[in-house]
Design a protein around this ligand. Structure first.
Ligand code: 13P
Ligand code: SF4
Length: 331
């Protein structure tokens, strides 16, 4: 069978392989904006994306804001500039939309640390427990949950469950330990973590703080507890952004994915933001390699070909939707 180049391209896109052969002469920003209008598409982007992608977004925010935006989107196509679990969440709560992810390989170490079959066995040992899952997990894990949460609303979600009830929290043990301290609730934790937030070096952060005695140290709750214990403020990406705007300090050491520094600098151009150091001095470990798989070229390509698309079975959508809707109702 002889296939034309277009047919081969089409098949590659259907299988989720991306066409990176975007002509260098193309004005990617102009073309993306043209395609967005032409196809009635919107771009949802997380703060960990490359700055040029953040600048193109119709909705830019943390995981909660993006889930809320995805629920309300009226456009025909959602292009999710984030990672797989975020695009999957958008598909679950707004299943009639075509949801595209510029690179299907944009996964998440935290989501991967919780395989559904093992998690099912784990929760079956505590049949009466409420299963609270951090949104950074697969649709299959969400389908096994009572309620989903993000780092922005986790305290509120946990406090909505009566004190007498048992809670399983998954998949992030670091966020789980932080929430145990914050809420005083004794939860059963799944042993998962994020490689990006676990890479921060306690000793190097302490040394850096000595070099910048006036700087405030702020951290995302996916970081390890010894790092969180020395933070002036702990919060979600939107919480960190609010803090740097409202706090009087003029410099901050920031322990979360480095992509957020773009929005911090934009909101407070007169302030200084220093990425927290990681253990391995030779590595850009505070960058999430999964988030950074998305590029302008892939964004253009995925809008042009409407591939790769996030496809989920109706059965999975039905099961995973309720725990997300419960979260969105609580806000
Ligand atoms: P938030 O933006 O909700 O704080 O989440 C951070 C994160 O790890 C996304 O992968
Ligand atoms: Fe997952 Fe961590 Fe990357 Fe967020 S930063 S997407 S939790 S690996």
């Amino acid at each position: 069978m002889n296939l034309t180049t277009d047919e081969i391209q089409e098949r590659l896109h259907k299988k989720g392989y991306l066409d990176l052969s975007v002509s260098k002469d193309i004005d990617l920003v102009a073309e993306i904006n043209r395609l967005k209008k032409e196809k009635n598409a919107v771009i949802l982007a997380h703060y960990y994306q490359e700055p040029e992608i953040q600048e193109l977004a119709d909705y830019l925010g943390d995981s909660l804001f993006l889930a809320q935006a995805a629920e309300k989107v009226a456009a025909d196509i959602i292009v999710f500039a984030g990672v797989h679990f975020m695009a999957e969440t958008a598909k679950i709560i707004n299943p009639n939309k075509k949801v595209l992810l510029p690179d299907l390989k944009a996964g998440c170490s935290l989501a991967d640390s919780c395989p559904p079959d093992e998690f099912e066995k784990f929760i079956s040992k505590h049949p009466d427990a409420h299963v609270v899952t951090y949104i950074n997990c697969s649709a299959e894990i969400k389908a096994l949950s009572t309620i989903v949460c993000t780092s922005s609303n986790a305290v509120r979600i946990i406090e909505s469950i009566p004190k007498s009830e048992t809670i399983i929290f998954a998949p992030d043990k670091n966020l789980g330990r932080y929430l145990i301290k914050e809420t005083g609730r004794d939860m059963i934790l799944w042993d998962g973590s994020c490689i990006v937030h676990e890479a921060f070096s306690f000793d190097r952060i302490v040394a850096l703080a000595k070099e910048h005695p006036k700087a405030k140290f702020i951290a995302h709750p996916e970081s390890e507890s010894q790092v969180l214990d020395i933070a002036h403020y702990v919060g979600s990406t939107s919480g960190l952004l609010k803090y740097i705007q409202e706090d009087k300090a003029t410099s901050f050491i920031v322990a979360t994915e480095a992509g957020i520094l773009h929005e911090m600098q934009k909101r407070c151009p007169e302030k200084t933001f220093i990425p927290a150091p990681v253990e391995d001095e030779t590595c850009a470990c505070s960058e999430c390699a999964f988030m950074k798989l998305n590029t302008l070229e892939k964004l253009y390509s995925c809008l042009e070909h409407e591939q790769p698309e996030v496809i989920l079975s109706q059965e999975l959508i039905d099961k995973a939707k309720l725990p997300i809707t419960r979260m969105l109702t609580l806000g």
